[in-house]
Design a protein around this ligand. Sequence first.
Ligand code: HXC
Length: 258
Amino acid sequence: MAYETIIVEVEDHIALVKLNRPDAMNALNGQLLTELADAMKAAQANDKVRCIVLTGSEKAFAAGADIKMMSDKTYTEVLTEDLFGPEIDEVKRVRKPIIAAVAGYALGGGCELAMLCDFIIAADNAKFGQPEVNLGVMAGIGGTQRLTRAIGKAKAMDMNLTGRFMDAEEAERSGLVSRIVPAKKLMEEAMGAAAKIAEKSMISVMLIKEAVDKSFEVPLSEGLLIERRMFHSLFATEDQKEGMAAFIDKRTPQFRDK
Ligand code: HXC
């Protein structure tokens, strides 16, 4: 598929996916989400890709779903087409790690898309918000659910009910983002984190992602059992033998995803 609203580059085992609708602050429309879903599916299928970085521009990661595209839609239309559902589900299906590198605005669907990634690295100019309430609607792809799990009820209610923005400092303090870096260093930091992940065994990386995600879905005892059994299962891999032997031999492990 030839993309018009995103740019994808694959280099050194990292797929860099850049949202690219500069005239609309990277607002998410049907085309962008279809292209994003396709790119994510391709990155998952591409053996060369070991980690994905999703980013926007210096001004905006994404300023939300495209309001101009949505404004005339009827209830029947959004319900029957399941607006944004299938594309977002495709991103969620990706088993390789996805890092969101966020500079500027991550609002509404933009904030939700960032939260759909496995962790967020923020530039110091990043601003997060769920301002849908200002439009007479509400969050629709995780702003009341993932945000609440990430930062707790008080702040999630505040953000969703008032529509206020949160700066990078507050986002880090609240647990929404894992790191803040100067805007100029954002891509270096995100690509560096991706490169670190790309060095590991894909088998443990994919199981770690699955296990952490499970923690939001199942009771603690179940989650702990899943984790322990996954841990046990890794002893069936050559990478476990290699990783532990390399530690003992004081050398760098050569993982082969086996
Ligand atoms: C469509 C958008 C847009 C959006 C910005 N633009 N956000 N177009 N949808 N979400 C467009 C503007 O219309 C404008 O186009 C251009 O981008 C630049 O934006 P400005 O507003 O002129 O820039 P600025 O004054 O710097 O303000 C930036 C901003 C503001 C704070 C990000 O644009 C803003 O508040 N945007 C809307 C944020 C929002 O409400 N997001 C939630 C959307 S609902 P023109 O052509 O005029 O130059 C949502 C639902 C998700 O996300 C759930 C789905 C199921």
